[in-house]
Ligand binder design. Structure first.
Ligand code: SAM
Length: 188
């Protein structure tokens, strides 16, 4: 029998699955700069015709991120770049991937105007690889399984996936090796 293969034709390890871990309960309030970034980003986003852009609840995203160990961060579908900018404000090395060219360009301007060095590339996160410690995404419900599979196939073993089940319902998922139990993640 032939070995199962992922979309990009690398072998796919069927013994690794995704499990949800309890929410951090992070309550860190948005900093003043964070509040300004959110306000300005949302204002600018209104001038861009991108049907797919729906903002997440940035206060919740910020609280969840604040409770995690710092490292690299990648936002899959970064929109106007607010969550990517917030991740940098928290000390992450932040990067976004956004398929809508106008939105991606506007997010780069927003980040630069706030003196942030986070990067955004225009493209499809289902095709682009960007190894990170933490991934954040807010996709359509019908895309979630595909996105989770993409995480399983492409993210480093100890990475976390913060995935929105609704704008303010941010779940944290990690890889679990069926034989060995959950991957052990560092505490804050
Ligand atoms: C629901 S919005 C969330 C935006 C952002 N994560 C936030 O919370 O502010 C989803 C975003 O993902 C982008 N997107 C959808 N599919 C994508 C893909 N395959 N690759 C890159 N971006 C994608 C859309 O253009 C949109 O900006």
């Amino acid at each position: 029998m032939r070995e199962p293969r992922s979309r990009d034709s690398r072998p796919f390890d069927a013994t690794i699955r995704l499990v949800e871990v309890p929410p951090s309960g992070g309550r860190a309030p948005l900093s003043q700069r964070g509040v300004e970034l959110v306000r300005e980003g949302l204002a600018r986003s209104r001038d861009i015709a991108c049907f797919d852009f729906v903002p997440s609840d940035y206060a919740v995203v910020y609280g969840e991120l604040a409770a995690l160990p710092r490292g690299s961060f990648c936002e899959w579908g970064s929109g106007i770049g607010i969550a990517t900018g917030l991740a940098e404000l928290l000390g992450f090395e932040a990067h976004g991937i956004e398929i809508d060219a106008a939105m991606a360009a506007a997010s780069r301007r927003l980040l630069a105007d706030f003196g942030l060095s986070a990067t955004v590339e225009t493209g499809d996160y289902l095709a682009i690889e960007h190894a990170s410690d933490v991934y954040f995404t807010y996709c359509w419900p019908g895309q979630m399984l595909r996105v989770e599979r993409r995480f399983l196939e492409s993210a480093p073993e100890s990475a976390r996936l913060l995935i929105c089940h609704g704008a303010g319902d941010v779940r944290c998922k990690v890889k679990q090796n069926e034989g060995l139990g959950p991957v052990v993640l560092g505490a804050t």
